[in-house]
Ligand binder design. Structure first.
Ligand SMILES: [Zn+2]
Ligand SMILES: [Zn+2]
Length: 263
């Protein structure tokens, strides 16, 4: 997939400047940091030089709810320090997942939620660099996608035109960029322009997604490959399940999932 390395200068330069720069642009980036101090996406204060993140200040970075073990092996939801053995995950009991293992990087609260919403609803593609840093911070994702074919959950073409990019493809590109053995393939297409799922319950989401996805015309799956579906957020698992059902039918035997956020 094509990764957008362009520096956009529309609107506020501190907010729209790409945080994901090729090496040649790093010197220019340092200069821009002096001219336009980067603002924290959560609190709007300038980001201090000691922060692990480009667009999250150090105090706000402490509010990032990074997901670590123990957590649900199917959807990635954390068990908050309790032992994972013999625990049923409330998300997966109701979801009846059609996929195998799953991992999520951060809970959808505070700066984690702000990152996802900035990317999806405000086209703040510069947060991709901080998403990469979140994935790396837990150390659980680079090995997880080794040798995998990453399949972004597709947007309907109308929605993708409107947004200008598919956030799941962007996230899949980040993961593949960190592990040279992984690749991204757009094996799924969204054939039905479904209504937004934000206000739908679990059953309504399932109905809303009926026949929404299909294998990309002309593509086929290799039963020997390991596939990993990539989405921005795990909410009820309905979208991932709808995609997984299509991929299973098309011959995917090894099928796992990764999302950036959970909740
Ligand atoms: Zn802040
Ligand atoms: Zn779960």
């Amino acid at each position: 997939m094509a990764v957008n390395f362009s520096i956009t200068m529309t609107g506020s330069p501190t907010r729209t400047r790409s945080g994901w720069l090729p090496p040649m642009a790093e010197a220019g980036s340092a200069l821009l940091d002096v001219l336009y101090p980067r603002c924290c996406l959560a609190c709007d204060d300038p980001v201090d030089g000691n922060s692990t993140y480009r667009f999250i200040c150090t105090p706000c970075s402490r509010q990032l709810a990074l997901i670590r073990d123990p957590c649900c092996g199917t959807c990635g939801y954390p068990f908050f320090g309790r032992m994972a053995e013999n625990r049923a995950c409330p998300h997966c009991v109701e979801c009846q997942p059609r996929f195998g293992e799953g991992r999520a990087a951060v809970l959808m609260q505070g700066p984690g939620r702000r990152m996802v919403h900035g990317l999806k609803y405000r086209k703040e593609t510069h947060v991709a660099e901080d998403m990469r840093r979140v994935f790396l911070a837990t150390g659980r994702f680079v090995p997880f996608v080794r040798d995998a074919v990453l399949i972004p959950v597709p947007l309907h073409p109308r929605k993708e035109r409107e947004r200008g990019f598919n956030q799941s493809a962007l996230i899949a590109g980040i993961l593949a960029g960190e592990n040279g053995t992984a690749s991204v393939r757009n094996l799924l297409v969204r054939v039905r322009d479904t209504e937004t799922q934000t206000h739908l319950d679990r059953a309504q989401r399932r109905d809303n997604l009926k026949n929404a996805f299909a294998i990309t015309p002309g593509c086929s799956l290799n039963p020997k490959s390991r596939y990993v579906l990539v989405d921005d957020v795990f909410t009820t698992g309905a979208t991932l399940n709808a995609c997984a059902t299509v991929l299973r039918k098309a011959g995917a035997s090894s099928l796992d999932v990764v999302t950036f956020g959970h909740g």
